[in-house]
Design a protein around this ligand. Sequence first.
Ligand SMILES: [Zn+2]
Length: 341
Amino acid sequence: MEKKVLSHIRHSVQEKRSNLSDWVETTPQPEKELCLDCKVDQPVFEHIAVLDQTLQKAENDTLGVCKVCHGQVEAGVLEIDYTAEVCLDCLSEPERRHLEAELEFSSEIQRALLPQNAPSFPGLDIGAFSRPAQIIGGDYFDFFRFKSGSYGLVIADVAGKGFSASLLMSSLQTALHTLATDSDSVSDVVQRINHYFLHNVNLTTFITLFLGEYDPNLRLLTYANAGHNPPLLYRPSGDPRLTWLSPTGAAVGVLEEYTLRSESIALQPEDVLLLYTDGVTELADPAREFFGPDRLADLVAANAGLSAQDLVSALRKGLGDFNPTASPADDLTIVAAKALG
Ligand SMILES: [Zn+2]
């Protein structure tokens, strides 16, 4: 194989391996359970084993050798899946067409950001801390339409910051916009994103994300939560008033065997859905105490009568009061959606 391709794959797989093993070693247990949607680390080690096999093959000069003709698997194929073992010529016609579609999609998701429209959701009042689709470090939120015409909202957080985080987020954005218009199920969209991101050499970390779909006619919110901080649903006339929308599956890009459930909730007028990234709950005061989910829930309850945008402003003020010296603007994201009467 070309030296340049081989070294790119090796570098990238090593980077992902070190990201993952650092994460396993240093992340507090409750955060890991949230992110993996299970109590054990074993599924991460299955993925690390695949990364190790890839590194071993690179070492032995057997990476990308076609197992049928013993020729070379195309570099572009290996870029989207470094575990690929069959070259294009040795695939059946349907397999080849499928792979070509994946290659096309993969090059699409590496292109520049799509232009964004301001969110307009019938039946929902939306407020957000910053502009739609703005990528701030490792945070991302966005709005879009599903194939069915229903409305999508997403919040995501990359494990790790910096350039690769921004690249991941722009890839995620393009993937979401492309897949949502071709899909009717939030769990299907996230599972397909996992498939594209798991073995892709350009994506060396993983993503937690919450994807919601709102059908304004049924007032129905359907969601899948891939290891993301549980959004808060506050229902002034509900019992219970507070519901945390816990993960329905693991973070994207980390498990070889990936399944994700979806859940649905019918919204009543005045219900408030609050999405946020860990920069909110993990904001520390000068005594290093975390802001935490309880303060967040109290603030939402106290300000739930406001418009969505004023609620977001009240939360920002609450965070500012908690730690007046922090500059949370750089690394936290809040989106509020309030059901209209
Ligand atoms: Zn072959």
